[in-house]
Design a binder for this molecule. Structure first.
Ligand code: NAD
Ligand code: DAO
Ligand code: ZN
Ligand code: ZN
Length: 369
C-alpha cells in the first residue's frame, strides 16, 4: 500500500515528504495507522549524523499513537481497531532479559531492530524499488507502519492519541527514571539537568514521588516557567555562574542532592550531575544520549565516597505490561501531558518541528496525520 511519510534520505538533510510503499504485515507483525507522533530530541540526534547506529535512508519517529489496521498470521494479542503505542523497547516476555525481572531491555529483536529491519531481516518500506530502513523498530513518521506484535502496547481507546503518543518516549522516560530507576523517596532532594520533554517529565515524576526540593538546571531560562508549573522549587541557569562549576553551585544550594538526572546528552553535564550528588549516597541517573565516541569521566573517588552512576532507558518501563497503566494514569489526571504539547503540525511541516526544537521554542511538537 501507499503511505505518506517523512523520509530521511541522508544525515544532515531535512526530511523529505514522500509517498512510500509499505508492504503488508508478515507473521507476528501488525500494520498500524499512526494518528499522531511526537518529535523527540533522539530523532534530531539521528538525523544529525551523530548517532553511531544511524542508518539511511530511513523513516524516523518513535513517539507515536495509532490504530491497528491489519494483523499478520499468528498474531493473537492484537486485533484490528485496537488503539496502540509503538514500542522501541519491545517486551517478548520470554527472553532472558524479560524473565530476569531486572531490566526492561528485551533483546528478542535487538539485532534486526538495530539494523533498521524487521525481525525476518527485511524492510517493509521502499520507494521506487529502493529499500528504506525502519528506525528504532517504530518509524512513526510514516502514516502507515509495520511493527512486530511484541513491540506494540494496546491502550484504552478513550485516550486521545494526539496526547498519549508522548508516552511512547519522552514522558514515560522521565517519569519512569524517577519511579523505577532512581526510586526517589518522599522528601528526597532532586536536581534535573535539561528541561526538554525528558527533564520536565523527570520533574513531574519527582512530584509524583513526593520529592522535597526539586532543583532544575537549564541554560535556556524560558524553560523555567513550565518547570515551576509542574512543581520545581529551585531554578539555576549556569550562565548566571560563569566562574563556578555548576556542581558547586548546587552543592552550596542543597548540601548535595539525593538524586540527579542528566536529560541533555552532554558528557560534561553528566559529570556535574554526578558530582552535585550527596556524599555517601547520592545517585545520578543518565538519561541523555551522548554523541558517537564520547566518554564520561570523573575522579573515581567520587564513587569511592558513595555517589552512584546509573543509566535509564525508556524509564525502565516494560512497554506491553506497564505502559497501558501510564495511559490510565493520564486519563485519571495523575500524569500531565497536554501542557507538554507546544504545537501540533501536519506531516508536511515536520521540518518546522525540528527547527523549533533546535531553537528551544517548544517542549514537544506533535505531528497529526
Ligand atoms: P531537548 O532538546 O528537548 O531538551 C534538552 C534541554 O537541555 C533544553 O531545554 C536545553 O536548553 C537544555 N540544555 C542544553 N545544554 C545544556 C547545558 N549545558 N546545561 C543545561 N541545560 C542545557 O531534548 P529531550 O527530547 O528532552 O531529550 C533529552 C535527552 O534525552 C536527549 O539526549 C535524548 O536523546 C535523550 N533521550 C533518552 C531516552 C532514554 O530512554 N534514555 C529517551 C528519550 C530521549
Ligand atoms: O537493548 O541494547 C539495547 C538498546 C535499547 C535501546 C534503548 C534506547 C534508549 C535510549 C535511546 C533514546 C530513545 C529515544
Ligand atoms: Zn524519544
Ligand atoms: Zn524479551
Amino acid at each position: 500500500m501507499k503511505s505518506r511519510a517523512a523520509v530521511a534520505w541522508e544525515a544532515g538533510k531535512p526530511l523529505s515528504i514522500e509517498e512510500v510503499e509499505v508492504a503488508g504485515p508478515k507473521a507476528g507483525e501488525v500494520l498500524v495507522r499512526i494518528v499522531a507522533t511526537g518529535v523527540c530530541h533522539t530523532d534530531a540526534f539521528t538525523l544529525s549524523g551523530a548517532d553511531p547506529e544511524g542508518l539511511f535512508p530511513a523513516i524516523l519517529g518513535h513517539e507515536g499513537g495509532g490504530i491497528v489496521e491489519e494483523v499478520g498470521e499468528g498474531v493473537t494479542t492484537l486485533a484490528v481497531g485496537d488503539h496502540v503505542i509503538p514500542l522501541y523497547t519491545p517486551e517478548c516476555g520470554t527472553c532472558e532479559y524479560c524473565r530476569s525481572g531486572k531490566t526492561n531491555l528485551c533483546q528478542r529483536i535487538r539485532a534486526t531492530q538495530g539494523q533498521g529491519l524487521m525481525p525476518d531481516g527485511t524492510s517493509r518500506f521502499s520507494k521506487d524499488g529502493r529499500t528504506i530502513r525502519h528506525y528504532m523498530g517504530t518509524s512513526t513518521f510514516s502514516e502507515y507502519t509495520v511493527l512486530p506484535e511484541i513491540a506494540v502496547a494496546r491502550i484504552d481507546k478513550a485516550a486521545p492519541l494526539e496526547k498519549v503518543c508522548l508516552l511512547g518516549c519522552g514522558i514515560t522516560t522521565g517519569i519512569g527514571a524517577v519511579l523505577n530507576t532512581a526510586k526517589v523517596e518522599p522528601g528526597a532532594s532532586v536536581a534535573v539537568f535539561g528541561l526538554g520533554g525528558i527533564g520536565l517529565s523527570v520533574v513531574q515524576g519527582a512530584v509524583m514521588a513526593r520529592a522535597g526540593r526539586i532543583v532544575v538546571v537549564d541554560t535556556n531560562p524560558s524553560k523555567f516557567e513550565m518547570a515551576r508549573l509542574l512543581g520545581a522549587t529551585d531554578f539555576v541557569n549556569p550562565k548566571d555562574f560563569p566562574d563556578t562549576p555548576i556542581q558547586q553551585v548546587i552543592v552550596e544550594l542543597t548540601g548535595g542532592v539525593d538524586y540527579s538526572f542528566e536529560c541533555i546528552g552532554n558528557v560534561d553535564v553528566m559529570r556535574a550531575a554526578l558530582e552535585c550528588c550527596h556524599k555517601g549516597w547520592g545517585e545520578s541517573i543518565i538519561i541523555g544520549v551522548a554523541g558517537a565516541g564520547q566518554e564520561i569521566r570523573t575522579r573515581p573517588f567520587q564513587l569511592v565516597t558513595g555517589r552512584v552512576w546509573r543509566g535509564s532507558a525508556f524509564g525502565g518501563v516494560k512497554g506491553r505490561s506497564q505502559l497501558p497503566g501510564y495511559v490510565d494514569r493520564y486519563l485519571a489526571g495523575e500524569i500531565r501531558i497536554d501542557e507538554m504539547v507546544s504545537q501540533e503540525l501536519p506531516l508536511e511541516r515536520i521540518n518546522e518541528a525540528f527547527h523549533a526544537m533546535h531553537e528551544g521554542r517548544v517542549i514537544r511538537s506533535v505531528i497529526r496525520y
